[in-house]
Write a protein that binds this ligand. Structure first.
Ligand SMILES: [Zn+2]
Length: 506
């Protein structure tokens, strides 16, 4: 009998094997990537070890340190993980990988997850893993960038050690993007599914790059080949051939760019976040670090089957209580600088935006109907919108709309038609499968990676010229689908209402 909290993923997702996850043991080297460590716990990975000798203070915005009152370290993290999922085994070990002999303590885990910015630590882990045939998911992050690869015992190359990240600090947004990818690769190693391709490149995330994600095929130095690879990624995600523009976007951004001012700004913005579920949990957390005010709107209550992905409801008993309120409570406890408010309400056609007067809307809602409604409101009120969507455990998408700058979500992605299709009776094989913590974390990180644009379009970073796509089965995982940048929907409110009549007449 599957525990109730895992029921959605264990019973509704084809090929999911909760027993394999429960009997796995993984070892994190480095304690920075809280979304990946916490995500492994809510997924139900049976035994989690975290090795680190780092200490933090309460203001570091590391959410697993929420209950510490001062200095926090890997032992504090152990307590936190025990709280969010009491049915797994957790060990926090105060140690780093400095000498070859240090790795012996790891034994033979199902996977090693090396998340430091220390090339020496990576080298030690790879050598140990090669000798003992253990796969390694390796990731590093700076304040605006991140890098990830899976090491499977091949000859260790300098480029595997991500030396350019040494001595840089990381920020929650790239950490969150990387965490989603870490969880994808880690669960893939523990619980391989037949329709999935192995990751075949080093993935680079860069908030300053127009493509956001770049891929570096391992060992390839030829620029043409690298461009070709990235073009293939864009083509995979597009129905039409991607334009030449990709060429000029790849090479300049493949190398490490020095962190920009981007990360140091606390934007003087009022954020309205619709949805406090899988996406809202992580977007809410990331917003606390970035904005002045946050209002969370959701009419739902916490259900036990949410606890496999909505991590902020796992710190205390929240089942049956309003999501918006509980999320606001826990986030306010984490961060006292951002003013956090909530409304227990469903956003409909007549939602009162005047009362909140948001500068920015974060759409963290599941259905296309709700996404179409957010697009409608954003257009009508001239408010920038970032919209995240997870349609199954294997997919995710992020798109942005800036009034008078790019096209609305309907012109970019035909979101209104998707909403209407969603409401037509479906054959049960086509019914959507539930999302998991993996793509919720990835998509939330990607969404908040667009926040500098939302705060001021094209000033801190160039706006997205398409939609960020995630496809768990595809060997490159993530990429940009170019979309039209011109809005052609001048039909106005009345026409939209007519089109959507059936959906919104309740
Ligand atoms: Zn439009």
């Amino acid at each position: 009998m599957v525990e109730l909290r895992y029921q959605r993923q264990a019973e509704l997702i084809q090929g999911w094997d909760q027993d394999k996850l429960s009997s796995a043991r993984i070892a994190f080297i480095g304690s920075n990537m809280h979304a990946a460590i916490g995500g492994s716990a809510v997924l139900g990975i049976g035994s989690i070890e975290v090795y680190s000798d780092a200490s933090y203070n309460k203001n570091s915005n590391k959410f697993l340190y929420i209950n510490s009152d001062g200095e926090a370290n890997v032992k504090t993290l152990e307590d936190s993980l025990n709280t969010i999922n009491p049915s797994i085994k957790v060990r926090g070990i105060y140690r780093s990988m400095e000498y070859e002999r240090d790795a012996k303590i790891l034994g033979k885990p199902s996977a090693i997850i090396e998340t430091t910015n220390d090339p020496n630590s990576k080298q030690i882990c790879f050598e140990y893993a090669k000798e003992n045939r253990i796969p390694v998911v390796s990731a590093s992050a700076s304040r605006t960038q991140g890098k990830l690869m899976v090491y499977r015992g091949e000859e260790i190359k300098e480029e595997f050690l991500f030396p350019e990240y040494e001595n840089y600090n990381s920020s929650p947004v790239p950490e969150c993007v990387l965490s989603g990818l870490i969880l994808r690769e880690t669960t893939g190693l523990i619980m391989p599914r037949t329709d999935e391709e192995n990751l075949d490149s080093i993935i680079q995330y860069n908030q300053n790059s127009p493509l956001r994600f770049l891929h570096k095929p391992v060992g390839v130095k030829d620029e043409k080949e690298i461009i070709e690879y990235n073009l293939n990624v864009a083509n995979h995600f597009s129905d039409k051939k991607s334009d030449k523009i990709i060429d000029s976007f790849v090479i300049p951004y493949l190398s490490f760019t020095k962190p920009s001012k981007l990360e140091e700004i606390i934007y003087n913005k009022k954020v309205l976040m619709i949805g406090a579920g899988g996406l809202g949990n992580y977007c809410g957390w990331l917003t606390t670090n970035l904005a002045k005010e946050l209002t969370i709107v959701d009419d739902d209550v916490v259900d036990e089957t949410n606890l496999n992905r909505q991590i902020f409801f796992c710190f205390e008993d929240t089942v049956g209580q309003p999501k918006a309120q509980k999320l606001a409570d826990v986030l306010q406890k984490l961060d006292s600088k951002t003013k956090i408010d909530y409304k227990i309400e469903r956003v409909g056609l007549d939602f009162d935006f005047e009362e909140i007067k948001p500068d920015v809307i974060l759409s963290c809602v599941d259905s296309f109907k709700a996404q179409s409604l957010m697009n409608y409101h954003a257009k009508k009120l001239n408010i920038p919108l970032v919209s995240g969507g997870v349609t199954s455990d294997k997919r995710g998408r992020v798109a942005t709309y800036f009034p008078n700058i790019n096209a609305c979500l309907d012109c970019q992605l035909r979101i209104d038609e998707a909403a209407i299709r969603e409401y037509q009776p479906q054959h049960c094989n086509l019914a959507p499968t539930p999302s998991v913590v993996t793509n919720n974390i990835l998509v939330s990180g990607e969404m908040m990676g667009e926040f500098p644009s939302l705060a001021k379009a094209n000033v801190y970073q160039k706006i997205l010229r398409g939609a960020l796509q995630y496809d768990s089965n595809f060997s490159s995982r993530v990429g940009l689908m170019p979309t039209t940048q011109e809005c052609n929907c001048n039909g106005g409110e009345e026409k939209w209402l007519k089109k959507m009549e059936k959906l919104f007449k309740e």
